[in-house]
Design a binder for this molecule. Sequence first.
Ligand code: ZN
Ligand code: ZN
Length: 197
Amino acid sequence: MSDSRRFADSGATLGDFEKHFVVHCPRCEGKALVRADDHRLTCLACFHTENPGRWYGAARLVVRRKCPECGVQGMSVFETDRIVPQISVKCDNCGDERNYATSVTPLPFSQGWKTDPVFGCRLWLQTNFREHLLWAYNYEHLAYLRNFVQAKLRERGIEPRNTIRKNSSMISRLPVFLKKAGYRDELTVLIDNLEKK
Ligand SMILES: [Zn+2]
Ligand SMILES: [Zn+2]
């Protein structure tokens, strides 16, 4: 069958697209690349480079504490747009307020946008679609999503070596809205625009 819009699931997983990430530069907001091998960021606009170590994205901060005044133990959880090493917490029991060290968990979204897993910078290739967010780590990932959205026929890959990976295959885990035939034309236009970014 020669239908070029036929989509054979190659068994790709999201991990296959995590080779590099196209992001907004933390310095100038221009287009920057984060490589997955050495985790280095290079801005194509201002030529800023950065080694990993800083997290620009959102984070969940947890404070576990025993109040030094009354001895009551407690735990507080905050979600913030940036990491802060200490945070002020008030004791529910006695009202004592002081700074406590936080334990930090990076979050994959910041202010409604998907961020890269190395620096937490906002992904370059993303856009709102209805109540959803369409995002891709890089142009290869975007091309993969385009093929999926445009395919008239979708079938699972039957290449023998893919069988082991079938269960973790990305298609089964793609957001449901990408699979809706009624959204195909709208999504194609959005992906076209992202490809030109
Ligand atoms: Zn820059
Ligand atoms: Zn207390």
